[in-house]
Design a protein around this ligand. Sequence first.
Ligand SMILES: [Zn+2]
Length: 151
Amino acid sequence: MKVCIVCQKDIAGKDAVPIKEDFIIRGIRSFKQFFHIAANNELYVCADDVPVHEKRRGEFERSMIFFGVLSSLVVIILIGTLLLSGRFDIFAFISAIVIGVFILLLSVVFKYSPALKKDIDLVQGRKPVLPKELEAAEEKSEKAGVRYIRK
Ligand SMILES: [Zn+2]
């Protein structure tokens, strides 16, 4: 089934933008497949939800930057303290890196929102869409900064 990740509904009869399959999506999918709970849905954002999604994606990107800076600082401070104390050992060094990665993961866990494929054809659901509705949806998406190329 082709599903919108915002409203969780089938995109049949609507315009929708596919999301980029990144390593997080692929990771979640193989995790679910391993436990046989994968729905194997194709993931989209329907045109109506593009503005909402773009906002979430923006928040996720900002929190990635914030946690990225934070985790680098923590790692630098931890390793710096280790070096200054003169008790440097590889186990403590690895622990510092692990803590840094863990902090970075927090931003992914709480705010993750995938990127949209941009500059692509709109993917249509099964039912034909009236041109007027199409235009309105496209206009709405353009306001959110998404551009489409239509053949
Ligand atoms: Zn939707």
